[in-house]
Write a protein of this length. Sequence first.
Length: 174
Amino acid sequence: MVRRTFSATGLWVAVALCSALFFGHAFSAGSSASASATVNVAIIQGLYLQRSGGAYGDGALDFGIVILGTATINPRTSAGAVLFTTQGAPNASVRYDYNYVAPTNGAYSLTYSPDVVGNTLPVPGSALDLPSGSVRTLNSLGSYYVYLGGTVTVPWSAPSGMYYGSFTLTATYD
């Protein structure tokens, strides 16, 4: 009876030789491999939102003195409308969200309905309605113009005094 023994070292040499024949290369202690990837970064201009206009040029939506009934500031035709100018990357898509707090004197709140329109040109008369959540494209110079007006209702039961509310417009790249 012929007995054959294999050592672990002999088996490893046999596997290495078979691998070299099968894969076309031999293993060595100094071999290495590397790969590379391209890293791309797109930098987009930050968004800037500036408020201006209003009846007194202070950027406030001021309805003036209202005794009873409704007062309206039409954002397309009234000099009292507030203008928000957006500056950003040319032709970029921007989402506009807004919320508001109706005018209150601390104890009594009036009914306020905002009227918001927007345009790629600084021409309010041709501006289109801009519901909250709308996405618009900035013009080739990176501008978009948002005009704020609205209607406030003063019922007979409203006490005299000053009423203050707020309107917040947020512009975000979409």
